[in-house]
Design a protein around this ligand. Sequence first.
Ligand code: FAD
Ligand code: EPU
Length: 355
Amino acid sequence: MQTSTDTIQSNFSLKEFNTFGLDCTAGGFLRVDNPAQLSRLPELISRYENYLILGGGSNLLLPDYFDGLVVQIALDKLQTRKSDSDVLVNAGGGLNWHELVTFCVKENYGGLENLALIPGSTGAAPIQNIGAYGVELKDVFVCLNAFDLQSGEYRCFNREEMEFGYRDSVFKGRHKGRFIISDVWLKLTTKNHRINTSYGSLAAHLKNKGIDNPGIADVFNAVVEVRRSKLPDPGQIGNAGSFFKNPVVDAGNLESIREKHPDVVFFELKGPEVMYKIPAGWLIERCGFKGKFKGSVGCYEKQALVLVNRGGAKSSDLVSFAGEIQHSVAAEFGIPLEPEVNIVQPENYGNVISL
Ligand code: FAD
Ligand code: EPU
């Protein structure tokens, strides 16, 4: 077992700690693998100008130098409480998300299978309410425990208090950077699983394989295969998944886009007012960026929404390429693209910026 110390490493390279593979150096780096360390964090952090909470670094665009303390959350306990038809899973914030999903599918716990192969940690999953293939974290979320860096106390957040939205929660808004998510409680099924194959490419993949009545393991395998067929493996090529969120427009906006682009792809969203989600990947591809590169930065050839670093890129290269995309999409479609990736920049530490 590892001992937990508060040893801060100076001038620490984060190259292996962010999936873009950016060569960022942190002024200080601390790994937290024991809950007892959390109570000492407010004092440790106060010695620095800035701080950044780090999970797996799969949704971050880091600067060349981070002038502050980077705190990596590595709390990895896992416990389960079974009842007749469901199970409560309590997972430490530092557990690898995909390993948790794999464990649950092997144990026949249903609910996470559509969220397979999403990189990163369990603690970060509620922050942007991770979602894929028709399921979002909020669908299985019960509550989480978080350490308040301001008060030095723990607080529990239930589902309502999380204010979940599409790639959004209270931790991206008014509580950004204030809490450390130590562990998350999820409620999963042990029988009568709610199989969700509503997502077009998932349904098509299962059909192609001749699977008519999939179980959770079939869905898990299909999601892994679909993802591998279109998303770059960060171990091979630097990326942070979708760089932008998919924009949501009202009926009027959609109609004016359809006048010029009758083939625009859109999905109707249910709600008090009918709104439409347009895939940002389609907008970006239509503006000619798919597979286009400037130096080592570009749009992945199989998925235009994924910006990649083929090696040696700087944060500023990605920011300026992303800006070009935003300008182009705004000029052609009148739609502002909002970054999904957390862009860490000196003037904006701890916040998501609008490019
Ligand atoms: P990090 O990138 O380390 O951090 C992200 C944010 O969370 C930062 O603001 C950080 O300060 C904060 N944070 C991290 N851990 C904690 C904690 N314990 N307490 C408090 N704050 C914390 N996302 C999806 O939703 N759906 C997808 O399908 C998807 N696919 C992806 C595919 C690829 C190839 C990649 C590279 C990324 C993808 N992502 C996807 C984005 C990313 O995997 C998720 O956002 C993931 O939850 C980020 O986890 P992380 O631990 O890497 O967070
Ligand atoms: N499309 C194009 N060209 C492209 C890419 C996509 O035209 O280059 C169009 C196609 O019509 C395609 C549609 O967009 O059918 C949807 O594409 P895809 O199924 O790949 O999904 P996405 O909308 O691009 C979203 C999430 C992903 C998530 C998938 C599956 C966002 C911002 N992204 O991508 O999440 O894995 O759906 O649910 O919502 C992430 O957040 O990092 C991420 C990868």
